[in-house]
Ligand binder design. Structure first.
Ligand SMILES: [Zn+2]
Length: 268
């Protein structure tokens, strides 16, 4: 059920039919080596959400492509927003989903660098009580599916515009892939900041992958992409089902905010 493809009345009915579950794919617009399109993440993420929602009904929010991608600001085509604006934008979008009656919002992360943002958005949801809960699946695949995933791959380094991402993009829409532009050599982390390990900073990703390419896409193909994508779709469909049946997270949130209110009352 795609939000933007329904009528107003249908959307209202969909809230009931899905038990109030809306899924939003959070991708970004960024360079993907020389062979994948700038919109790869949000386009693939949205497709995975749509296919999962066909298996386990949920409303899928329209394309959303603002996220944490400051590490690609040095490349043409990247779109970034001021950090404080980005946080407010994401929260405002969740509020709008909630205002339309959805009580459970699943964030499907479609870009690795978004974990920094999404984890914080989840924690920040305890700042103020909302009529909805945020649900984030912290791994794309269960352990069982991870094993199958690994058995399908022929290269060892993965991360960005690699064998997996390129294959999945071929399965989503081959017009987004230019196989003849795949670099003649794969990449692995340069480790230019290894002397500081264990270490993290904003420049960490750039220090390892200055061309915004991590892996080797030469082994990518459409058939593999379909299998990889199916694993992600099945995993997300399982998660939608679990969220739909969940009553505990909602209850604990209510309990938590009652305590917050009681504490404030005592202070007065
Ligand atoms: Zn990507």
């Amino acid at each position: 059920m795609r939000w933007e493809c329904m009528t107003s009345t249908e959307l209202k009915q969909a809230v009931r039919k899905t038990k109030g579950v809306c899924v939003i794919a959070m991708g970004v617009i960024e360079k993907h080596s020389e062979h994948l399109a700038l919109g790869t993440d949000y386009l693939n993420g949205h497709k995975i959400c749509r296919l999962a929602a066909e298996k386990e009904p949920a409303v899928v929010f329209p394309h959303f492509y603002f996220g944490q991608i400051y590490e690609a600001r040095c490349f043409p085509g990247t779109i970034t927003l001021k950090p404080t604006l980005l946080l407010e934008l994401c929260q405002a979008v969740f509020d709008e989903i909630g205002r339309n009656g959805f009580t459970k919002i699943i964030i499907h992360n479609a870009h690795g660098g978004n974990w920094h943002l999404i984890d914080f958005l989840a924690q920040a949801s305890l700042w103020e009580e909302k009529p909805y809960n945020l649900y984030i699946q912290t791994q794309w695949l269960s352990q069982e599916r991870q094993k199958i995933w690994k058995s399908l791959l022929e290269t060892s380094v993965h991360g960005h515009a690699c064998e997996c991402e390129t294959s999945i993009t071929l399965a989503n829409d081959p017009t987004l892939v230019k196989m003849r532009k795949v670099p003649v050599k794969g990449t692995k982390a340069l480790g230019r900041l290894n002397h500081l390990k264990p270490f993290f900073s904003g420049i960490s990703w750039y220090s390892d992958f200055p061309d915004h390419y991590a892996g080797d896409a030469r082994k990518a193909n459409l058939e593999k992409g379909q299998k990889l994508m199916n694993l992600m779709v099945d995993n997300l469909a399982d998660f939608i089902k679990a969220v739909k049946n969940d009553k505990t997270a909602m209850k604990l949130n209510k309990e938590f905010f009652k305590k917050v209110r009681d504490l404030n009352m005592k202070k007065k």
